[in-house]
Each structure stands twice: as structure tokens, then as C-alpha cells.
Design a protein around this ligand. Structure first.
Ligand code: NAD
Length: 253
């Protein structure tokens, strides 16, 4: 039975990951900023930990992570998953506030999460950290410069932490999901359509056109890779940036 932390785990991809770890018999803790989603998660999984906590808030994170530490005395798997899409628009249309908010959640949240995980896992001499980047962390992504910047930085963080923690027996990898079916991509498509003056159908079709397998991804396909990366089968896999995206050729077809 492993001890698993998933940030942003009360809905979306994080929730799918949580459900899959729980099905494996693992103990799961999630944090999220959505009170309704946290309540629903707690009701559904009363034997696991669910807390309202913003990954950008150092004080709240210290409290939440300290609570896990005092209950579990260690951590085996950490999924630094919390993220927001940030604004859509050309750089000259973006505000500093929007830029900052996007980097805060996607990057600084991962920093605070990984800093805690690194301390515990180094002491244990074991553990797996899985950060969530994106295909936006592998390609230029017009109209989404804050998001692409944050997700490229996740790649730099992953490669660096794999080197810092590898000698202590800790593995660090990143996943890069492509466009995932669900509410979030519905919101992103609507936002990009408004910013580019195209219809939502056109934006949606463009995502598929830029992918070799001509398909979107679903949450379980992403979770399959997360479970494998966290398992003993991946014991020699570290420092890797793994796309689950049907092979993205371009984000600007
Ligand atoms: P989502 O919006 O469906 O879920 C994200 C969850 O994170 C939500 O429950 C939200 O409340 C929570 N959250 C947001 N800000 C938070 C904060 N400050 N602190 C704690 N929790 C917070 O999005 P998703 O699709 O599940 O995305 C999960 C991760 O996958 C993100 O890092 C995202 O960038 C990445 N990703 C998503 C897609 C996609 O197509 N959906 C593609 C590539 C990468």
C-alpha cells in the first residue's frame, strides 16, 4: 500500500489518477481549491485525505503537507498535477496579473510540492515524483505564452530534480498530456476561439489535425502512464518527459 499525494486532485485528471491509485489499494491525499469538489471527494473516499489548499499558498501548503507527514510518516508517490490554463491572447494583450497567476499555479505550486517531497524522499531513499507538463511544454503555443512558458519550466524542473534526487534513489519524471477530452478543454477551446476570432469547431478540429493519431486523449489514458511511472516496472525510468498525446506534430497547424 503506497502513500500518494496528488495536487489539484479533486477533479479532472488528478481525480482520475486518485481513483486509479485507490483502486490499486493505495492511500491517497488530494488538495484542491474547489470546495465543492473537495467535499464530493471526501464523501466518495472517506478513508482518504482531501483538503482545501491552494498550491501557491506557502503557509497553507506547509500546514497541509505537515498534516500528511504527521499521519503517514513519509510519502511514496507525489503527482504535482495542479494547473490552470491561464489567459489566451497575444503577448501584447496579456496583463502581468494573468501571467503571474498562470506561473504561480503551474510552476510555483510544483516547486512547493516538490520541495516537500524531495526532503522526505531523500531521507527515505525512495520515491517517485511525477510532474504534469503538457504538449505545451514541448512546442510553441501561439496565444498561450504564459501556459507554454510554465509547462516548459516544468520540464527544466523535472530534469534538474532527477539529477539532484537520483543519487538518493528518488525518480522524477514529467508527463505531457495532449488535449484531454473534458470540461477543461471545452473551456480552453471556447477561450481560444474568442481570442482568435475562429469558431469553436475550427479550434477543436485544429487540435486533432496537429496530432498523428488524429485523436484526443482521455483521463484514463493519462492515468495509465502515471501508474506505470509510479510502479516498480519503471524503476530505472527517471528524468524523462513522456507525452501521452497521440504524437503531437504541432500546436499551430
Ligand atoms: P482541471 O481544471 O479539470 O482540474 C485541475 C484541478 O486543479 C481542479 O480541481 C482545480 O480546482 C485544481 N486547482 C486549480 N488551481 C489550483 C490551486 N492553486 N491549488 C490547488 N488546486 C488547484 O484541469 P486538468 O485537465 O485536470 O489539468 C490537470 C493538469 O494537467 C494541469 O497541470 C494541466 O495544465 C495539465 N494538462 C491538462 C491538459 C488537458 O487537456 N486537460 C493537457 C495537458 C496538460
Amino acid at each position: 500500500m503506497r502513500r500518494v499525494l496528488i495536487t489539484g486532485g479533486a477533479s479532472g485528471l488528478g481525480q482520475v489518477m486518485a481513483r486509479r491509485f485507490i483502486a490499486e489499494g493505495d492511500r491517497v491525499a488530494v488538495c484542491d481549491v474547489d470546495p465543492a469538489a473537495i467535499e464530493a471527494f471526501s464523501n466518495q473516499h472517506p478513508d482518504h485525505i482531501a483538503a482545501l489548499c491552494d498550491v501557491t499558498d506557502e503557509t497553507a501548503m506547509t500546514r497541509f503537507l505537515g498534516d500528511i507527514e504527521s499521519k503517514w510518516w513519509g510519502i511514496d508517490v507525489v503527482c504535482a498535477n495542479a494547473g490552470i490554463g491561464g489567459p489566451a491572447g497575444r503577448i501584447e494583450e496579456l496583463t502581468l496579473k494573468d501571467w503571474q497567476a498562470c506561473l504561480d499555479v503551474n510552476l510555483t505550486g510544483a516547486f512547493l510540492t516538490c520541495r516537500w517531497a524531495a526532503r522526505l524522499m531523500r531521507k527515505q531513499g525512495s520515491g517517485a515524483i511525477i510532474l504534469t507538463s503538457s504538449t505545451a511544454g514541448q512546442f510553441g503555443y501561439p496565444l498561450r505564452s504564459p501556459y507554454a512558458s510554465a509547462k516548459w519550466e516544468i520540464v527544466g524542473l523535472t530534469k534538474t530534480l532527477a539529477m539532484e534526487l537520483g543519487p538518493a534513489g528518488v525518480r522524477v519524471n514529467a508527463i505531457c498530456p495532449g488535449a484531454v477530452e473534458g470540461d477543461r478543454m471545452d473551456r480552453v477551446v471556447a477561450m481560444e476561439a474568442a481570442a482568435s476570432g475562429q469558431s469553436e469547431d475550427t479550434v477543436r478540429a485544429q487540435y486533432v489535425r496537429g496530432v498523428s493519431l488524429r485523436a484526443w486523449v482521455n483521463g484514463d489514458e493519462v492515468a495509465d502512464t502515471v501508474l506505470w511511472l509510479s510502479s516498480d516496472q519503471a524503476r530505472k525510468i527517471s528524468g524523462q518527459i513522456i507525452a501521452i498525446d497521440g504524437h503531437t506534430e504541432t500546436l499551430a497547424p
